[in-house]
Design a binder for this molecule. Sequence first.
Ligand SMILES: Cc1cc2nc3c(=O)[nH]c(=O)nc-3n(C[C@H](O)[C@H](O)[C@H](O)COP(=O)(O)O)c2cc1C
Length: 190
Amino acid sequence: MTKPLIAVIVGSNRRDSINRKLAQALVKLGADKFDAKIVGIDDLPMYNQDNENGLPAEVARFKNDIAGADGVLIVTPEHDRSIPAVLKNAVDWGARPSGKNSWAGKPGFITGTSPGAIGSALAQQHLRSVMTGLGMILLGGEAYVTFKPNLADDDGHIGDDGTRKFLGGFIDRFAFLVGRLRAEPVRSAA
Ligand SMILES: Cc1cc2nc3c(=O)[nH]c(=O)nc-3n(C[C@H](O)[C@H](O)[C@H](O)COP(=O)(O)O)c2cc1C
């Protein structure tokens, strides 16, 4: 059987995003367990219900990428103690139109980093609540990462042993969850 494909969403449109760095490191940690595709969200237009009939091309591409993935990894910053607008916009497009919810039944792993002491915890908690409501099957646990300049090098290598083990455990459990649900996909009415 081929390796599962994970769609990777970074909740930041910043050129030097620390969350993109973390995402790349996580992809590297999971390289022997899954293939990964970074799915861009910064080209998505602002959600507007008027545009649901005849989706903009960028939105159709985005929804296709999610539909084609066996699981979704979301690595998000925290903006004003919540979900960054660029990510919430992508979540809303994914959820619509009614009956075409791209998230339902997909296994997901939410993590993220910020320089603050609680490492994006509130953004992650808000996002968990939203994605659970949309029918995603989220990996349990709390993967909050306080950013330090040496978190990951340019090759995506996590130097600190403890951090690498901590995140590696999540990646292992996520790959297991994706594998189980791939074998027996969850039926969803959404
Ligand atoms: C609009 C805005 C709001 C922010 N709010 C928070 C916050 O609530 N908590 C936090 O830890 N960091 C906050 N930050 C700092 C971010 O953690 C920091 O900019 C980080 O680099 C963002 O991640 P990124 O580099 O992946 O975009 C905020 C930054 C911006 C621009």
